[in-house]
Design a protein around this ligand. Structure first.
Ligand code: CUA
Length: 365
């Protein structure tokens, strides 16, 4: 009796079964792959081409995966060891030149084709806007664990911790890092790039007009330390008119405080609480409540020490030093360099004093 695994008819039948199973599984896999919404809203003009590239990769990869899985699956079933075969040798195998040429040439062609297509898409979406118009460049700086955005709008320079962009205009991000590697990513825009200390990386996007108008998340996409998950910000895409008005507001000279020293200075503890819970968005001061626990402010952060405990019985000088020079005294169980060291520059002297005043009051009740 001829072995059911070696007769020509049996082999042909097996190949036919594999083809049928493979075609059905590929069709199902591609339908599933294309029906799932993998990505958030596509709010930059670059996003559509990236999403199409993704779809093409799904269509190309599913049959390759199915081919491998089906051949492996059939081999396991058809060529498994039967009882009584434990001591037999496998059949002698020889090279098959035609097969080897096919399985080298087909994947090579597929890979070269997909690489070329991906390269063309990337090259295409990173093109600078047409010459003649000055390009908007925003310098993005990542540091543990915050983002800063530096603008130069017609010679006026200012920085923010949330990103503001006009819809419909190309913007180039020059991305920097102060300490470790971060990664600047706006999922709704699709593109992302590492922020690497010592070098400048960059990419361009054009938020769709008017579809992109509104707020979008900014995410750090590179594990960069304990506060990585909190290293988030927001990009506000605005109409071009609103953006111009926002720029004017950023570059206007500061208004003198109203009426005899100003309401805020009259109640430094209220101002201190405000800074504690909200930080200072325009200067880049991260809210203390993001990382610390403080009952009075309803804060429950655990990245940094519990202030109800570590500030109990401490005087104003110690609190001020801990804000301005966080590494001077490290609370037991915590590491240095976790707290941003820049509060001396992102908060004014008055704001620091208000914060100190608030903290010494609520931790020494
Ligand atoms: Cu910065 Cu993760």
């Amino acid at each position: 009796m001829p072995d059911e695994r070696t007769s020509t008819a049996a082999r042909r039948r097996t190949v036919q079964q594999m083809v049928v199973v493979g075609v059905i599984a590929s069709a199902m896999g591609i339908a599933l792959g294309l029906s799932i919404h993998w990505f958030p809203a596509a709010d930059s003009i670059q996003a559509d081409k990236i999403d199409t590239l993704w779809d093409v990769l799904v269509i190309a990869s599913v049959p390759v995966f199915v081919l491998v899985a089906v051949v492996v699956g059939f081999s396991i079933v058809k060529f498994r060891m039967r009882p009584g075969e434990e001591n037999l040798d496998g059949p002698p195998l020889h090279g098959n030149t035609r097969l080897e040429v096919i399985w080298t040439a087909v994947p090579a062609t597929l890979i070269v084709g997909l690489v070329a297509y991906a390269y063309i898409v990337l090259h295409d979406i990173e093109k600078a806007p047409a010459a003649g118009k000055p390009e908007r460049v925003v310098n993005v700086t990542g540091e543990q664990f915050t983002w800063t955005f530096a603008y130069n709008e017609g010679g006026k320079r200012f920085s923010t911790t949330q990103l503001y962009l006009p819809a419909g205009e190309s913007v180039k991000f020059d991305v920097h890092a102060k300490d470790v590697i971060h990664d600047f990513w706006v999922p709704d825009f699709r593109l992302k790039i590492d922020a690497v200390p010592g070098i400048t990386t960059s990419y361009r996007v054009t938020p769709k007009n008017p579809q992109a108008i509104g707020a979008h998340d900014i995410v750090c996409a590179e594990l960069c330390g304990l506060g990585h998950a909190f290293m988030r910000s927001t990009v506000h895409v605005m109409s071009q008119g609103n953006f111009a008005a926002w720029v004017r507001k950023q570059t206007a000279p500061p208004k003198p405080a109203a009426g005899g020293g100003g309401g805020a200075a009259a109640n430094p503890q209220a101002q201190g609480k405000q800074i504690f819970t909200a930080g200072n968005q325009t200067s880049g001061a991260l809210a203390c409540a993001t990382c610390h626990t403080l009952t009075d402010a309803g804060a429950t952060g655990t990245i940094g020490p519990d202030l109800d405990k570590v500030l109990k019985g401490k005087d104003a000088a110690f609190i001020k030093q801990s804000i301005l020079t966080p590494n001077a005294v490290i609370a037991p169980g915590y590491q240095p360099n976790i707290m941003p060291p820049n509060y001396g520059s992102t908060l004014s002297g008055g704001q620091v004093d208000a914060l100190v005043s608030y903290l010494s009051k609520v931790t020494n009740k």
